[in-house]
Design a protein. Structure first.
Length: 322
């Protein structure tokens, strides 16, 4: 019997987040041929999102378009999602391992009486089962999990699953009516986002990060220049945030954001385990540190022993020429 797989799409600033496509790709890896895939997308003025999604989903796209859904609100979004899920009876629900995905997943799992698996980085299907891999102990170990029964709720770490080219899939778009009960009217009027630049840190392909070695707020300027040339984002260690050199929105690590870019450039960062928890899965790690014994060099694919205030501007100049 075919099973129903559902992805909860994520929209930010009127754009579909890349992690939604990665979640759809994950479903492709986990499902059987005859299983169906549906997407649920909530927001305001999102007809273009539904069109975009229809290129990746071969089943149904449930669109709930209302001004109260413009900004994420756990109570309101969950109340809508559970109504849509009632019509779909899903075998599995996939979300991004993002702030809202992490918020919604346990609520959905409790509602469906499902098992939940968070922060999945890869999926492998054998003849008899689907194995989900996720990191443990701040990325020092990995575990593989299988579901033996019941519905499943899974969050996917951004930037880990490659998205295949657009297929010729054309989904059926279903408009879901929503009239919010007075008790659930939204009180969010605006979202003021603290970001380090134009590129979202968790979705950036290149991240240039600064640590205590950056020494001041001004010390981040050469890092921002390098990130701009590479179309990347700027991150930071907690020590740099604690020292007031940058905003906590930029913190990467165990108590900050988790990033998995193609290239991570660590500048003046020693490589404490709590920092590695947020970036050790990056494809290529480049460390710039004046201490040749800095632990970050044990993890780095490329290491530059030197003063970051000399090395970073040199890199920026070289990349400008490229
Ligand atoms: P340091 O360890 O002080 O390293 C600075 C580095 O800069 C040194 O290696 C030095 O050689 C180099 N340097 C100095 N000047 C230059 C220069 N001019 N050029 C090149 N190199 C230079 N940390 C995080 O980052 N993220 C977290 O989420 C996080 N969570 C934590 C949670 C808990 C519960 C705890 C206890 C700690 C946490 N920490 C976290 C803190 C973590 O333990 C480290 O203290 C922190 O990561 C160190 O930051 P750093 O590497 O920037 O600073």
């Amino acid at each position: 019997m075919s099973k129903s797989y559902v992805v909860i799409a994520e929209v930010r600033d009127g754009k579909l987040r890349q992690v939604t496509l990665e979640a759809l790709q994950s479903i492709g890896l986990a499902k059987e041929h005859e299983d169906t895939v549906a997407a649920v997308v909530l927001g305001h003025q999102i007809s273009n999102i539904a069109e975009q999604l229809s290129q990746y989903v071969s089943g149904q796209i449930h669109v709930v378009d209302h001004k109260d859904l413009e900004f994420y609100n756990a109570e309101i979004h969950f109340s809508v999602i559970k109504e849509v899920l009632d019509t779909l009876s899903p075998h599995a629900v996939f979300l991004g391992h993002t702030a809202s995905g992490r918020d919604l997943a346990p609520m959905i799992a409790a509602y469906l009486n499902a098992g939940q698996l968070s922060d999945v980085i890869s999926i492998e299907k054998t003849e008899s089962e689907v194995r989900y891999t996720r990191p443990l102990y701040a990325g020092k170990a990995f575990e593989q999990k299988i579901f033996t029964e019941g519905p499943q709720v899974i969050t996917i770490r951004p930037n880990n699953i490659a998205v295949a080219n657009i297929s010729d899939a054309q989904a059926e778009i279903i408009t879901v009516e929503y009239s919010p009960p007075l008790s659930l009217r939204t009180i969010v009027r605006d979202v003021i986002r603290k970001t380090s630049g134009k590129v979202d840190l968790t979705e950036a392909k290149i991240v240039v990060s600064g640590g205590r070695g950056v020494k001041s707020m001004d010390g981040f300027k050469p890092l921002q220049e390098l990130a701009d040339v590479l179309n990347g984002a700027v991150g930071a260690s907690r020590a740099a945030c604690d020292a007031g050199y940058c905003d906590y929105a930029m913190q990467i690590g165990q108590t900050g954001k988790v990033v998995t870019p193609e290239i991570y450039i660590a500048c003046g960062i020693s490589g404490a385990i709590q920092h590695l928890a947020g970036m050790s899965q990056s494809r290529i790690i480049i460390a710039i540190n004046k201490d040749p014994e800095a632990p970050i060099f044990k993890l780095a694919d490329y290491g530059i022993v030197g003063d970051l205030f000399v090395v970073v501007p040199l890199l920026t100049e070289e990349f400008k020429k490229a």
